[in-house]
Design a protein. Structure first.
Lengths: 222, 248
């Protein structure tokens, strides 16, 4: 019950500090703190420590949490379940509904998302053999495919080349301008960026309403 | 609590533990009566308890869990072994035979000895196993195969737990899945587990090759690994017990 309260508390705090109707840019040179905060809240506190927890309350809350929050950390040892990028995204699209085997329509939807992120060349690649940047892109898109309420990218530029950051920004801007991509509604974005990446900041501010947080005091005060 | 732990198994040479294991296993296999294997089971259990008194409750809990499960397996022996005197019958139908009951008890003891021996081996250092195999001139490839395989078990366990977290974070709720869904979810757990294990093993192999392992068939490991007084005493006690049991 303690964990449940903690996790719900975090989600409530997210709703309090990042109300919907706006997107958020955390501009800080100390993005590591932001990353470790969300890593602690989302992964460390919910990951199973004891055998009992594998099927217990924590797992239930992780599921609940996974449905609400899409999360792209700085560096993370990602695990994928399918043998192709296309299959992985198709699975991510249906897992939210507790389904496990995607249908043709889901694969087409996955193709659409892949095309939007311009990574068609990776469509048939095995997720386990992707580079760091490609892995992060796949993780981002599979998190987006879960149709979460919030999409937290703790450091947008970490592990990505400039060209790939631009791909992600284009994707985000399109989702914000149309309100959805395919059948996935645009979430509330919380993006961490270094203040020196002002060109990316300017690009992001082109579409949608962005609220800029220059300090991370709210994280330490939580 | 921890201060009371004798940790005797960590002090023993691997040969002593192997001697104990072989002796207990041989008695469990060849004994026709359950009395002596049962004594060995108590002795082994006692050794585990003495080794780590602080985990006494945990050991008893696991012992009862495994033992309880194995009772069901042993019951099959009673059902299918139908020879010897009839011990129990209902309305003229013979249910339990003397030989069947004896073999069921023996089977249970054999499995429990295996379980306790596995517990004992889990307390000993993996490096000691490699050193022991090295000291009896087992090729390094084989000794490393043993230790790498054993080291992989906790890795697989933690990886499986991580993969489960990833599945949950995708939004899958195992509780709400049907039986078929649960089977599919478990199948999906195996693929990343296999991929990551292969990855882990290939990197381990590469690391070993880079350190020069595999060039020579035999390579002495640093540090002496010899029998101590405690080991001699231990082996003598085991032998005395064997002689006593043979005379019974």
């Amino acid at each position: 019950m303690e964990h449940k309260q903690q996790n719900n508390q975090l989600y409530d705090l997210l709703k309090t500090y990042f109300p919907k109707g706006s997107n958020y840019l955390i501009l800080s040179n100390d993005l590591l703190k932001v990353n470790s905060y969300f890593m602690n809240q989302i992964y460390i506190q919910t990951s199973s420590i004891h055998k009992k927890e594998i099927w217990g309350e924590k797992s239930r809350l992780t599921t609940q949490y996974g449905k609400e929050i899409g999360w792209v950390p700085d560096q993370f040892d990602h695990i994928f379940f399918a043998d192709t990028v296309r299959g992985e995204i198709a699975e991510a699209l249906i897992n939210r509904n507790n389904e496990l085997i995607p249908e043709e329509a889901d694969f087409l939807e996955a193709d659409n998302l892949i095309a939007e992120l311009k990574i068609e060349h990776l469509s048939q690649s095995n997720p386990f053999f992707l580079s760091e940047g490609e892995t992060k892109l796949l993780w981002f898109i599979s998190q987006f495919a879960k149709a979460p309420q919030y999409m937290i990218i703790t450091n947008l530029t970490a592990g990505l080349s400039r060209a790939r950051v631009l791909l992600v920004i284009d994707f985000i801007l399109k989702s914000l301008s149309i309100g959805k991509i395919g059948r996935i509604m645009s979430p509330t974005y919380i993006i961490g960026l270094s203040p020196k990446d002002h060109d990316f900041i300017t690009m992001l501010q082109q579409t949608g309403h962005w609220h800029i947080l220059s300090k991370i005091d709210f994280l330490t005060s939580l | 609590m921890i201060a009371n732990d004798l940790k005797i198994l960590e002090k023993l040479h691997f040969l002593s533990i192997v001697t104990l294991g072989i002796t207990a296993s041989l008695w469990a296999i060849f004994a026709t009566h359950y009395f002596i294997p049962l004594i060995w089971l108590f002795l082994l259990s006692g050794l585990v308890v003495i080794h780590r008194k602080s985990e006494f409750r945990m050991f008893i809990k696991r012992f009862l869990q495994i033992g309880g499960t194995l009772v069901i397996l042993s019951l099959l022996q009673i059902i299918f072994r139908r020879s010897g005197d009839v011990i129990f019958s209902v309305k003229g139908i013979n249910l339990v035979y003397a030989k069947g009951l004896m073999e069921a008890i023996l089977l249970w003891i054999r499995f429990m000895i295996l379980f306790v021996m596995a517990t004992i081996f889990s307390f000993t250092s993996l490096f000691n196993l490699t050193r022991f195999l090295n000291s009896i001139y087992i090729p390094l490839n084989i000794s490393l195969l043993f230790s790498t395989t054993l080291k992989l078990i906790p890795f697989i366990y933690f990886e499986a737990k991580r993969i489960l977290w990833f599945q949950h974070y995708r939004g899958i709720s195992f509780r709400k899945l049907s039986l078929k869904g649960k089977v599919i979810a478990l199948k999906k757990l195996l693929y990343p587990l296999l991929m990551r294990s292969i990855n882990y093993i290939s990197f381990s192999g590469l690391a070993l090759e880079l350190r020069g392992y595999g060039i020579h068939e035999y390579r002495p490991l640093p540090g002496r690994y010899s029998l101590k007084r405690l080991d001699y005493g231990f082996i003598i006690v085991v032998m005395i017990l064997n002689i006593i049991f043979l005379r019974l």
